[in-house]
Design a protein around this ligand. Structure first.
Ligand SMILES: Cc1ncc(COP(=O)(O)O)c(C=O)c1O
Length: 439
């Protein structure tokens, strides 16, 4: 899907708009029980009462550790061992239903090992979004690999396959989509095209622990993939990561890169002879992190589901407002998750007010909202300097990525049940939209 096709919703008629906002003025209240305030009241920005009065406290706090995590760390302090690492690997392998995994000290080291495992000739190109964390891209440099920046769809924040097709060259060897804040990229379409062109499919699933497309876990689509267990992520271990490998040889090579002791590597493979010397690095996960990840894995599916359900309640109500969109591919066959942000987009023309003004008014109402801007990798100095690259990456214009940054509006992702707060957020949005002409 190209960035021009942005899942436009039909523009609401004036009547729909009055129904969605005027309900308040007519005394119907929000979600059935809030008082008939809102639209008739002055904006908080202009001296009126705030729509959000419930304290948000720790509503978006993360990670949420409890007695189980405390006990697991205490047990390790009392009886130090590396055991949790192997146990976590077994559990993660079972969870995803994949043949090989390797625990890492973070997602970045898992990515570096994955690029090493590719064993591609220097100058090989990898199609990757610029709208991502540095770690998806920069470690390529260490192996002579060259990132080719692909645009994103500004409404999914994910890899735009149509844009990628235009960037194919005889040197293209792999694709590396990211599942941004838990929304699965179109791995079925991407894999189909990549297979047709003989490209290796990789995944950065750093944000997508437990998300699915067509009932298959993200991270299980590519030949290799990685997860981050850093503390903001859906499976937080404060710092940690995991590599996932469909092929035995990739697993062995990736493991050899950062493990002189070759845990899990079979003596029959080509890498076992390096046991004892390794290849120069030590990427072993800290057992504290493995212990935390094991505890967090237990409730992962339920946490993802209840968080998504609450986000749906909020978004289903506010997306009735003109010009307001959410990060979505519109696909029915994805099971997404959320973390950190509930990302919305404001189309200023349809909303009849600027994003900045809407955000300012929402903030005044007590909504924790911000205009979010994500650093685009291709705009950073590192990519413009020859000396760091086998050959210097091309610096393209990526209008979808620019549009995302011009429209992104981040709400917090609530990590516990806060129905009253959700209701008041809905009221705040309706109130601001009802006053849109004053903004
Ligand atoms: C998309 C993406 N890939 C990779 C990583 C790297 O993970 P880590 O922070 O565990 O090194 C992150 C971390 O934020 C990320 O957001």
């Amino acid at each position: 899907m190209s960035h021009q096709e942005t899942h436009e919703k039909p523009r609401p008629s004036r009547r729909d708009f009055l129904i969605s906002t005027g309900a308040l003025a007519a005394g119907l209240g929000v979600a059935g029980h809030a008082p008939a305030r809102g639209a008739v009241e002055k904006l908080a920005l202009h001296g009126g009462p705030k729509a959000v009065t419930v304290p948000d406290g720790d509503a978006a706090a993360w990670p949420r550790y409890g007695a189980a995590e405390e006990q697991a760390i205490l047990d390790l302090v009392r009886a130090p061992s590396y055991d949790p690492i192997g146990k976590l690997e077994d559990e993660w392998k079972d969870f995803l239903g994949v043949p090989h995994v390797k625990a890492h000290f973070n997602g970045t080291s898992a990515l570096a090992s994955m690029f090493f495992a590719l064993n591609l000739p220097p100058g090989s190109e990898i199609l990757v979004p610029s709208y991502t964390f540095f770690a998806t891209i920069v470690p390529m440099r260490l192996f002579g690999l060259v990132p080719v920046f692909v645009d994103i769809n500004p409404r999914t924040l994910n890899f735009d396959l149509e844009d990628a097709k235009k960037r194919l060259t005889p040197r293209t060897k792999a694709v590396l989509p990211v599942h941004w804040i838990g929304l699965p990229a179109d791995m079925d379409h991407i894999s189909e095209w990549a297979n047709e062109k003989g490209l290796i499919v990789l995944e950065d699933a750093a944000h997508a622990h437990g998300a699915k497309l067509k009932d298959k876990y993200m991270g299980a689509w590519g030949r290799m993939s990685i997860f981050s267990y850093q503390m903001s992520k859906p499976l937080p271990a404060i710092e940690g990561g995991m590599g996932v490998y469909q092929d035995e040889n990739d697993f062995q090579r990736a493991t050899a890169f950062g493990n002189y002791d070759m845990p899990g590597v079979s003596p029959e493979g080509g890498y076992f002879k390096y046991k004892g010397s390794g290849l120069g690095l030590k990427f072993r996960m800290h057992p504290f992190a493995a212990a935390l990840a094991r505890c967090q894995l237990k409730g992962l599916v339920e946490r993802n589901e209840s968080g998504a359900q609450q986000t749906r309640q909020l978004n289903d109500a506010i997306l009735q407002l003109p010009g307001l969109y959410e990060q979505s591919s519109g696909r029915k066959d994805v099971q997404r998750l959320y973390y950190a942000w509930n990302m919305l987009f404001i189309d200023e023309r349809e909303a009849g007010m600027s994003r900045d003004k809407a955000v300012e008014a929402l903030k005044a109402e007590g909504v924790r909202v911000s205009c979010t801007h994500y650093t685009l990798q291709h705009e950073l100095p590192l990519y413009a300097e020859d000396k760091w690259w086998h050959h210097k990456p091309e610096i393209p214009d990526l209008p979808g990525s620019r549009q995302a940054n011009a429209t992104c509006t981040g709400l917090p992702y609530f990590t516990k049940e806060v129905p009253e707060l959700v209701e008041q957020y809905v009221a705040a949005f309706r109130k601001v939209w009802a006053h849109q002409k004053e903004l």
